[in-house]
Ligand binder design. Structure first.
Ligand SMILES: [Zn+2]
Length: 187
């Protein structure tokens, strides 16, 4: 995470998918950081964690990743924090799941991911419809990763503010001239 990003609560609107996409793009352009909790499905749909995401997963998601033994996911984890929701948040999620009838469709890991997003006031990146449904009920904003174009959208370039050279991978500073790098959208 580069330090020139300013943290802001996520402002995604979960009822309008295109709006979600626009907000994610916009947040990068204006250097705002958004908190995002990722479930396993979202991690697999993501090539790179967008530079303005303060990204979180739970222990349960980690365990699922280990099961799949995915190399790319392993690389993503360098830029993701691991955290766990409190039992109080988890109880709220379980209660809401009983109310909507989603209990049987959601795993322990699903519940924990929802609880963490609720607790951190983060957006939840997930492609699971049951999780999305319960997220709406809980007022947790969610971000589907399987939208048309999103895989294209979440690719970034790193532009040197000194020599203007463009890098596809994040670097602490420009390996050519040592100047600071700026994140730009890959077009
Ligand atoms: Zn440079």
């Amino acid at each position: 995470m580069t330090s020139d990003f300013v943290y802001q609560e996520p402002v995604f609107n979960f009822h309008a998918k295109n709006t979600v996409l626009r907000k994610v793009i916009k947040a990068v352009d204006v250097n705002l950081v958004v908190k995002v909790v990722l479930d396993t499905s979202a991690l697999f749909g993501l090539e790179q964690v967008p530079p303005n995401w303060e990204a979180y997963v739970t222990e349960g998601v980690l365990a699922e990743l280990e099961k799949y033994n995915d190399r790319r996911a392993e690389n993503l984890l360098h830029t993701i924090k691991v955290s766990q929701a409190t039992t109080a948040s988890l109880s709220k999620v379980k209660e809401a799941a009983r109310g909507t009838g989603d209990s049987s469709r959601l795993s322990k890991t699903d519940m924990e991911v929802l609880a963490l997003a609720l607790e951190l006031k983060a957006a939840l990146a997930t492609d699971d419809y049951s999780i999305q449904n319960l997220a709406s009920v809980l007022g947790v904003e969610y971000l589907p990763m399987n939208m048309k174009g999103i895989s294209k959208v979440v690719r970034w370039n790193y532009l040197c503010t000194g020599c203007g050279k463009v890098f596809k991978e994040p670097q602490p500073d420009c390996p050519v001239c040592g100047s600071a790098l700026r994140t730009t959208r890959r077009r």
